[in-house]
Each structure stands twice: as structure tokens, then as C-alpha cells.
Write a protein that binds this ligand. Structure first.
Ligand SMILES: Cc1cc2nc3c(=O)[nH]c(=O)nc-3n(C[C@H](O)[C@H](O)[C@H](O)COP(=O)(O)OP(=O)(O)OC[C@H]3O[C@@H](n4cnc5c(N)ncnc54)[C@H](O)[C@@H]3O)c2cc1C
Length: 509
């Protein structure tokens, strides 16, 4: 038995594993794919923290609360922002290299992003997530004594005994049967749920499985209705992985156009193509519906080719791979599911409502994002609250001895569920997408129910997570932050609360 089982090897899971190993704990770290398979690796923009003398915690707090549209948990936001400099220091101690100002190695090159009042985004060019994963995986290697890292191991369920989480049921690649693993403490760090939707910026493993796994174990879930859609992902069906066209391209002067070249944002918002993310996402979708097209365009061809290539070397190269020369061609873009603000409810030390079970990173609902996430607060949330989980685990007295469970382990099916997954993703896109209606959500839920009882564990988790998101969206009868309902277009002060979903019976895998 390990001291800690960590499920997921993105920034949150790796932070827990490394810190716990430094504290002398034995760790079993499992990941569904082969490293680095989570969203962390794709983060381009950066990580927010007050580091410059002109900036202040008060300002970072105010910006976060403003984005969250009335629903942020203020105490959690204070913890997030005030612990940010320490989290950054920790990452640097673990080997992360953030871009510094030319000729001054001691000053970070801080970026400004939408919704932030000051330059406070630390980054590593436009590949921040890659650099973080590089450094953390290198650090992980140095702790091979304390950390057993097993890739291609999918957790299907949690093991619960006497209301205490004691391990998990795992399917290893090519295994015929699932197996159980036990630990004194379990940390869920399975990342986001973007892949429940047809169009998503997330990597293939971000299917929100942690949602249904935690729910079945009896953990409370919160704020699942708040899925942030990024307005501009590259429309390139030939690509296996979707590709994000960073917000910085609009900041650089990119203009959104329809297929006739009309600048449709002009009538939508005074900031036109530079309007906030959710407004742009809704406007693109509306234009797609009006014109019957599968995508719109982002045009930067009026900028000098040399400048485009200098500022966006990655985006330029990726588009060229898809035969789009962005110095000459308009970029086809489509909004895509990007970031899940809600998830498994946790407190200020990442404790879920189940003893022995913590949740960190995008799968957790810390309440810092409220109804909408402020850009670059999510990598930060992952590190700050993962470190707090470790702090809390350190304080735990040795748990009373728990016996292993005599559970019937299931035979794993080898059926490929990609067609059914696509159906679920289409339902989510059409009925629980950027703009919703109560009727549409109900139809979506009915369609999801029609799949009936599913025997395959991975597809069951995928489907159940989708249903739970729709159920949460049905609870909030107002438009606030990322929840946009045509039948309730205004905010309702009576809905100024968090909706929680919890299964009442205790589940044993
Ligand atoms: C394209 C893109 C750009 C982004 N840019 C930024 C940015 O600039 N700044 C910012 O703050 N945020 C950004 N985000 C969001 C941010 O990257 C994520 O919120 C963050 O990386 C989540 O980290 P995580 O550790 O929770 O999850 P992940 O990094 O997604 O890792 C999850 C891990 O869990 C594993 N897993 C999943 N299910 C199972 C299972 N059933 N069993 C076992 N393992 C499982 C996965 O294999 C993976 O290893 C971006 C996201 C995307 C997709």
C-alpha cells in the first residue's frame, strides 16, 4: 500500500506527487495515456501572479471576482492570489524557466491578458505548459525511489470503505481484468471535461471521467454548468488534435469575418473582434447558424508577414501544416469547449466531501472561478491548491487500518466506443453548448438517457459525466457568466448560489 495514490499526471497531479515525495511519502501516480497527455502540455498563455511592484493582490482579487460574475468564493480567491508568488517560486525551484526581460534575467517578461488590470502573466514564450511539463517530469524522474509512475492506466472507480476512500479500480492497457490499488490517501487530478463536446481545445484524455467516478463514490459536485468555450480553435477536421488560435491573435489585430468577408462583430460589441471571450464565442456561433457554415474566419493578412511569423511562430507553422498560410489566408475558426470551471467540490485544502479523497486541478471545484474563469488563473489554481492538499496530508494522523475490499473485478471489454462517444459529443454540442435553452437541455438529457445501461466502464464514465453536466445546467435558471439560456436571458439574484449534485447512497466499486 502506498501513502498516496495520485490519479492524473498533469500540473496538479505532478505537483502533489513531487511535493509528497519531498515530504518522504510513497506515491503511486497513474495516468490514462502516455505522458504528457493532459491539457497542461497545451497551455500557451501562461500563469498569473502578482510579481511587479505596481501590481497588488487586491487588484488580482478584484479582476478574478469581476470575471466570476458574482459567484466566486472570495476566501478561496484570496488564497489563490496571495499564495501565487510562492507557487511560482516552487515551480522555479523545480526547474521551470519563465521568459525574462531581454538583458535582465531577474525580471519576468510579464504579459497582459483580457480581464487583468496589470501585466501579471508569467510565460515561457507561447509554450508555457510544455515547459512546465518538461520541468516537472524531469523532477519526477529524480524521485523514482518514492514515486511509482504507471502510464496507460485508466482509473474506472474509487474504492470506498466506511465512507473513506481507500483506493481505486484500474484498467491497465491490454489487461483482460481490472485491478485494485490501495492507498492511505487518494488525490483525484484527472483534469477537464472539454472532450465531452464535439469541438474542444482539450487533448483526447480530457473526458471528465473524474466527475462520474467521484459522483459514484458519493462526492459532491458543483458548478458543472460553467464550461468555458474558447472562441477561436482552428477548424481543421483532418487534425487528430485540435489546435488553439490564441487570444493574442485578436489582440494583434485579427478581425473576425464571415464567408463573405463581412466583419460581423461590428454590430455585436463596441470592442468588435476584441470583445470578451464568451461574447465572441456566442457571436461566432450565431453567425455560423445564420449562414449555415461550419466555421468563421480570423483574418490577420493586413499585418506584415514578418511580424506575424515573429509573434506567432507556432500558430504560423501549425496552420501551414494544414495548408493555411496565415500571412495570406484567413484562418478558419470555430468555438470549442475549453475549460471546466466546476467539478468535484473541495474546500480550501482540496478536501472533497469524502474522507481520504482530495481533488486538485481542473477536476476540482474550488470556487475561485465562479461563473467564468479569468485567463491564466487555472494553472495557478492547480499548483496553489495541490500544494495545500500536500500541506493537509502532512497533518493527517495515520488513518485507522482499513482492510482491502473483496470486490468482484470486472472483465474489461475491447469494444471501440468512438462512434457512441461522437454521438454524445454531438448531443452536448447541440443541446448543452454555448447557448442553451431549458427545452434543449431536456431533449439532450433524454437523448443521453436513451443509451441505457452501458457495460463498458470507460464509456459509462464518459456518458455519466455528460449527463451530470446537463443536470447541473438544468438547475440554473438564469444567464450568468458562462451559462447562457435563451429562456432566462437575465441574471436572477435568487440564483446567486452554487448548485451541488450528490448521490446519496454510498458506492462501493
Ligand atoms: C489549449 C489549452 C490552452 C490553455 N492555456 C492555458 C493558459 O495559458 N493558462 C492557464 O492557466 N490555463 C490554460 N489552460 C487550462 C489549463 O491548461 C488546465 O486547466 C490545467 O493544465 C489542468 O491541469 P490538470 O493537472 O488538472 O489536468 P491535465 O493537465 O489535463 O492532466 C490530467 C491528467 O489526468 C489523466 N486522466 C484523466 N482521466 C483519467 C483516468 N480515468 N484515469 C487515470 N488518469 C486519468 C490524464 O491522462 C492526465 O494525465 C489551457 C488549456 C488548454 C486545453
Amino acid at each position: 500500500m502506498h501513502d498516496i495514490l495520485v490519479i492524473g499526471a498533469g500540473i496538479a497531479g505532478l505537483t502533489v506527487a513531487i511535493k509528497a515525495a519531498e515530504n518522504g511519502k510513497s506515491v503511486l501516480l497513474l495516468t490514462k495515456g502516455a505522458k504528457p497527455d493532459g491539457s497542461t502540455n497545451y497551455a500557451q498563455g501562461g500563469i498569473a501572479s502578482v510579481t511587479s511592484p505596481e501590481d497588488s493582490f487586491e487588484s488580482h482579487i478584484a479582476d478574478t471576482l469581476e470575471a466570476g460574475d458574482g459567484l466566486c468564493k472570495k476566501r478561496q480567491v484570496e488564497i489563490l492570489t496571495k499564495n501565487a508568488p510562492q507557487a511560482i517560486e516552487q515551480l522555479i525551484r523545480w526547474g521551470v524557466n519563465f521568459t525574462t526581460v531581454k538583458d535582465d534575467e531577474n525580471s519576468f517578461d510579464l504579459h497582459l491578458e483580457g480581464g487583468h488590470s496589470f501585466r501579471r502573466i508569467l510565460h515561457t514564450a507561447d509554450l508555457t505548459g510544455k515547459e512546465i511539463m518538461r520541468a516537472l517530469l524531469a523532477k519526477l524522474k529524480r524521485h523514482s525511489q518514492e514515486i511509482d509512475f504507471i502510464e496507460r492506466s485508466t482509473v474506472l472507480d474509487l474504492l470506498i470503505q466506511k465512507s473513506h476512500c481507500i483506493g481505486a479500480v484500474v484498467a491497465e492497457q491490454n489487461a483482460k481484468k481490472a485491478r485494485t490499488v490501495y492507498a492511505k490517501t487518494v488525490v483525484l487530478a484527472t483534469g477537464g471535461a472539454g472532450r465531452l463536446w464535439l469541438h474542444s481545445t482539450n487533448p483526447p484524455d480530457a473526458c471528465g471521467e473524474g466527475i462520474s467516478i467521484a459522483y459514484r463514490a458519493g462526492a459532491a459536485l458543483q458548478d458543472l454548468e460553467f464550461m468555458q468555450f474558447h472562441p477561436t480553435s482552428l477548424y481543421a477536421p483532418q487534425l487528430k488534435k485540435t489546435f488553439l488560435i490564441s487570444e493574442a491573435v485578436r489582440g494583434f489585430g485579427g478581425i473576425l469575418k464571415n464567408h463573405k468577408g463581412e466583419e460581423f462583430m461590428n454590430e455585436v460589441h463596441p470592442l468588435r473582434s476584441l470583445a470578451p471571450r464568451d461574447i465572441v464565442a456566442r457571436a461566432i456561433l450565431r453567425e455560423m447558424q445564420l449562414t449555415g457554415k461550419d466555421y468563421m474566419y480570423l483574418d490577420v493578412t493586413h499585418r506584415k508577414a514578418k511580424d506575424i511569423k515573429t509573434h506567432f511562430p507556432n500558430i504560423y507553422a501549425k496552420c501551414l501544416e494544414c495548408k493555411i498560410d496565415i500571412t495570406k489566408d484567413w484562418i478558419p475558426v470555430v468555438p470549442a469547449a475549453h475549460y471546466m470551471c466546476g467539478g468535484v467540490l473541495v474546500d480550501s485544502y482540496s478536501r472533497t466531501t469524502i474522507k481520504g479523497l482530495y481533488a486538485c486541478g481542473e477536476i476540482s471545484a474550488t470556487g475561485v472561478h465562479g461563473a467564468n474563469r479569468l485567463a491564466s488563473n487555472s494553472l495557478l489554481e492547480s499548483v496553489v491548491f495541490a500544494l495545500r492538499a500536500c500541506e493537509d496530508i502532512e497533518k493527517l494522523s495515520t488513518p485507522k487500518k482499513l482492510s482491502t475490499l473483496n470486490s468482484q473485478l470486472s472483465t474489461l471489454s475491447k469494444v471501440n466506443f468512438s462512434r457512441q462517444k461522437k454521438e454524445v459529443q454531438t448531443i452536448m454540442w447541440e443541446h448543452c453548448g454555448i447557448v442553451r435553452s431549458i427545452e434543449g437541455l431536456k431533449i439532450g438529457l433524454e437523448k443521453l438517457m436513451k443509451f441505457g445501461k452501458v457495460d463498458d466502464f470507460e464509456f459509462r464514465n464518459f456518458l455519466e459525466s455528460a449527463k451530470l453536466v446537463v443536470e447541473c445546467a438544468l438547475k440554473r435558471k438564469e444567464s450568468r457568466g458562462l451559462q447562457c439560456l435563451t429562456d432566462y436571458p437575465e441574471k436572477n439574484p435568487r440564483c446567486l448560489k452554487h448548485y451541488t449534485i450528490k448521490k446519496h447512497s454510498e458506492s462501493v466499486a
